[in-house]
Design a binder for this molecule. Structure first.
Ligand SMILES: Cc1cc2nc3c(=O)[nH]c(=O)nc-3n(C[C@H](O)[C@H](O)[C@H](O)COP(=O)(O)OP(=O)(O)OC[C@H]3O[C@@H](n4cnc5c(N)ncnc54)[C@H](O)[C@@H]3O)c2cc1C
Length: 354
């Protein structure tokens, strides 16, 4: 059977696109290589059921498409907590500097119940049958009136149109095209920076916000400790508590147990012994096969995001690029993922049924 549309990648871009198409009564099948939806969005629950973000967390007033999508899906946002003393550690042998974030500053927002709530809400709008997990796309062949897509289990699926909602670097390293994509495109794909690839995010959960009670915001920036950036991670109802943040790049060489030890040591020196009473710790190194290709080159942040060649269609208007790294505005961010889906949705014209 021939599908009308195949979407490669079940992250924010792929799911937003499937949702937009469903509003036009166009069925699309989402093929996701990993065992879960969300891609670089991943909210886990701590032992006390606190939503903890291992991936994307914040957005701002500039992200209008994100605001609109959340409203449309009936999801709530709330401001990132930043009241109280914040800390800046310049050197390990000097006490941290204290600073206060002005209340007038444009806030960062989070999604109530976790960023995953957005992924779940989009998936809930789709027919379960149209979401295929553990389904990696390996090859795409132009067979004239359709594209033939080869997936991990050796099966082949035909479709009128295929939209690639995966980081361009992975398109290059994981998918074989026949006939090959133009030279200009294959040259650019490995040079498109994938936002946050290689980063390490940690989460810590507590049964009380002891730092708030001691006048701290929970915000920390450090040039000297394993934690390079940290924020309060209290939920929207303010009844579940924790921290989230990033570890410095060197932490990749330690085991998770050692990373945890270093995190707890740094934070207890800064915020006191209550740090030791955590309920759960987790972290994630974002360098698995669903985010980066094996042969990594060093790229500038956002290099070639929104490249003009990713705005074109290929294989006689049957193959399109989406995904945040193809967005010409806010490339790399959740807003970019949504923008890219809106753009491709507009460009997909089907002859009948609509
Ligand atoms: C640690 C971290 C923190 C972040 N923080 C923020 C933040 O605070 N604010 C913000 O706006 N953004 C943040 N981001 C970025 C944000 O997560 C991304 O912009 C957004 O989620 C990208 O969505 P996407 O759908 O374009 O790509 P992805 O989420 O990467 O989705 C691509 C999907 O394609 C799948 N896939 C890959 N190859 C194949 C294949 N061959 N076949 C089928 N499926 C395949 C992958 O498994 C993945 O699910 C963060 C990212 C990370 C990792």
């Amino acid at each position: 059977m021939k599908e009308r549309i195949l979407i490669v990648g079940g992250g924010l871009s792929g799911l937003t696109l499937a949702y937009l198409l469903s509003k036009r009564n166009i069925e699309a099948k989402v093929l996701e290589a990993s065992p879960r939806l969300g891609g670089r969005i991943q909210t886990i629950k701590g032992t006390l059921e606190t939503p903890l973000e291992l991936g994307a967390t914040w957005f701002s007033d500039m992200h209008k498409n994100m605001f609109n999508l959340l409203n449309e899906l009936g999801l709530q946002k709330y401001e990132q907590f930043s009241k109280g003393k914040s800390l800046f550690q310049t050197k390990s042998f000097e006490p941290p500097q204290e600073f206060f974030v002005p209340a007038s500053q444009s806030p960062s927002y989070r999604i109530a119940d976790g960023t995953q709530a957005l992924i779940d809400a989009l998936a809930n709008q789709l027919d379960n049958e149209n979401i295929k997990l553990n389904t990696k796309v390996k090859a795409i062949t132009d067979i004239g009136n359709a594209l033939e897509v080869k997936i991990s289990k050796g099966q082949k699926i035909q479709a009128d149109k295929v939209i690639l909602c995966v980081p361009p670097q992975l398109v290059d390293s994981q998918i074989q095209f026949s006939p090959e994509l133009p030279n200009s495109v294959t040259k650019v794909l490995p040079t498109v920076h994938t936002w946050m690839a290689g980063s390490i995010k940690f989460v810590l959960e507590y049964n009380n916000p002891f730092w708030r009670n001691n006048g701290h915001s929970g915000m920390l920036f450090s040039h000297s400790g394993i934690v390079s950036e940290m924020h309060d991670h209290t939920n929207a109802k303010e009844n579940k508590f924790g921290f989230t943040g990033f570890l410095n790049g060197g932490a990749i060489s330690y085991s998770q147990e050692v990373r945890k030890e270093f995190v707890i040591r740094q934070l207890s020196e800064l915020l006191g012994n209550e740090v030791l009473n955590y309920s759960s710790y987790s972290d994630k190194v974002w360098s698995d096969k669903f985010v980066v290709s094996e042969s990594q080159t060093i790229l500038r942040p956002h290099q070639n995001n929104g490249h003009s060649l990713s705005q074109n269609s290929y294989m006689n208007d049957k193959l399109f690029f989406s995904g945040t790294e193809t967005a010409t505005e806010f490339g790399g961010y959740m807003e970019g993922a949504i923008i890219s889906a809106f753009k491709v949705n507009k460009r997909i014209k089907l002859v009948s049924k609509e």
